[in-house]
Design a protein. Structure first.
Length: 320
């Protein structure tokens, strides 16, 4: 009985967290594809067409734990102009969220004449924008209520339209980006719980690539997420790449720490060991989220898997 009651409570907590945090896949960037949080990353490598899928289970101890899937594809198509699209699905108890994002980006090489290491990416500045359409739906047939004619259940489906803006750069080992996500195209309607709309999020990333040797480099980075609802989240990331071949083949090992700051103070949310592997053009990734919050200590830890493949770019753009 206690477990069932706790499960019900967590379903409502999860819906509340969605209204506070925005899209449920914005923390996939480190393991899978930064394109998911910033449209300017679409097609940054003109040689490939990138295809990536992810699956995340948020809480291991719950029978209907929030789980999220994404599928993204992007490539440079004409000269320096790139396009991308991703689909996403999130199932959270009685609530589901599905949608599509279409993106465009433009890339400007900023230091084409300097000498690069064998696996080093070219310095460039990029900017992009994207359009989000998604639908959130409540499975009211599974809701047990005293009054089935309750007006709160009249319209359990929301269709919303948002757009995102982003810019990013790489320059002499430094890298960074800024994105503004979930900018409403119309009035920002109530979504998650009939009361609160999705907040606009301002995402900032800065990091530096430190080469220890020709085959090893360390990539520390900091990510700051600022919500229009005054929420604050900080990620401290440390990744190390061990190369064993050309085209950035190798193993990446690292850790990410996430902290939440609001008007009530600060709290560590999770610490996540991360592992990524690239063999040929095949990419694999995994992170294990060890929850530090009170909810996560009861609900369990989370896990994220990523699978991707870099196809040769069929559009053969002129990126000069």
């Amino acid at each position: 009985m206690r477990r069932n009651l706790f499960t019900v409570i967590l379903v409502f907590v999860s819906v509340q967290l969605f209204s506070q945090e925005g899209m449920p896949f914005y923390n996939h960037y480190l393991v899978s594809d930064p394109y998911l949080i910033n449209p300017s990353y679409a097609g940054q490598d003109p040689e490939i067409l990138s295809l990536t899928a992810t699956h995340r289970n948020q809480w291991s101890n719950l029978p209907e734990s929030p789980n999220t899937q994404t599928l993204s594809v992007h490539a440079t198509v004409v000269d320096r102009l790139a396009f991308g699209v991703y689909l996403f699905n999130d199932q959270n108890g009685l609530s589901s969220l599905r949608g599509i994002n279409a993106s465009a980006a433009y890339h400007i090489p900023i230091n084409p004449r300097r000498e690069y290491r064998d696996d080093e990416q070219e310095d460039l500045f990029s900017f992009g924008l994207s359009y989000n359409f998604f639908q959130q739906k409540l499975d009211k047939d599974r809701v047990i209520v005293n009054d089935p004619n309750d007006p709160l259940l009249d319209d359990p489906t929301y269709n919303l339209n948002y757009f995102n803006l982003g810019a990013s750069f790489r320059y002499f080992g430094a890298f960074g980006g800024v994105a503004v996500n979930n900018i409403p195209l119309i009035d920002n309607e109530a979504v998650a719980n009939g009361v609160e709309p999705i907040p606009t999020w301002y995402n900032f990333l800065v990091g530096y690539q430190i080469y220890v040797s020709d085959k090893i480099h360390i990539d520390p980075s900091v990510v700051m997420n600022l919500g229009s609802n005054s929420a604050r989240k900080f990620d401290l990331n440390l990744m190390t790449h061990f190369s064993f071949g050309d085209f950035q083949q190798g193993v990446d090992l690292g850790v990410s720490y996430r902290q939440d700051i609001d008007k009530n103070g600060s709290q560590g949310l999770s610490i996540s060991p991360v592992m990524k592997l690239k063999i040929g053009e095949l990419r694999l990734g995994m992170s294990y989220d060890i929850g530090l919050s009170d909810i996560a200590k009861e609900a369990g830890n989370g896990i994220l898997f990523s699978l991707g493949y870099n196809f040769g770019n069929p559009f053969d753009p002129d990126f000069r």
